[in-house]
Design a protein around this ligand. Sequence first.
Ligand code: R5P
Length: 295
Amino acid sequence: MIVIPGPASVELGKAVAKKLGLEAYPVEHKIFSDGESKIRITVPVKDEHVVLVQTTAPDPDRKFMQLLMMARTAKDFGAERVTALVPYLAYARQDKRFLEGEALTFDVALTLLESVGIDDLVVVDIHNEEVTKELQSSHRIKVHPVSAIPAIATYLKENGYDGAYSLSPDIGRKDIVSKASKIMGGGFAFFEKVRDLHTGKTTMIIKELEMKGKKAVVFDDIISSGGTMARAIKGLKDQGADLVAAVCTHALFMPGAEKKLKAAGTDLILTADTVETSYSKVSIAGLLADTVKQL
Ligand code: R5P
């Protein structure tokens, strides 16, 4: 087995290789002045099981393209099998068509990934596991969804949030909070997010909860603009919650996101390292290494 970190996940790739007791061979890469990427695999891969590590944010189009280039090149040079560890898989959120003519981007992404020869795809906290299973059945590529939530909840339990209430901003993330609540205790609930399919504007239905003096953690798969998380945090603070943490797996953090979270009264921001930020206190390297061992 040969572990090859892509330009987006050099440190994570090295950490995964270390957990597997292997050396990592990051690709050589450069960005041309017109924005295109050049990739070179620096180790012989003939007849090997190649494990690529490449997240796809920030800058999803470029990072996705780099991943495609890495996989195709590994197969061109004779790799027997290619496994892609893609901690954050861009384009997985649009996994249903809501309006006529909309691109089903998750399906497009899977089609591209299998077309370049990826046999197995490991993704962390994919937007919707059920839909992933359904879509997977019409593809050759095998998708292995894994979750960073148990590791994140364990970290929280050991760092001041033992017994905290787990809350999801949307019913779609109910599985996340039920997993977290099993580890932290404290119970769970969810608010509801309603989206206008034409404008994309969302509104949140805040349920009444007994929050006075309690600690709570709001979990989401992604924080992007920070709007969803900020509304949920404010909903809990307005109901008297004492300490509230804003927690996600994938920290996309668009400009202004942190400001929104802090303005809403967030006491702690915590994320996994599927996308590296200064809040990535929980590493998924061990989870990815263990998953690869079982493939
Ligand atoms: C949406 O369905 C996701 O689960 C997240 O809630 C969403 O991506 C967060 O986006 P934002 O931070 O822009 O509100």
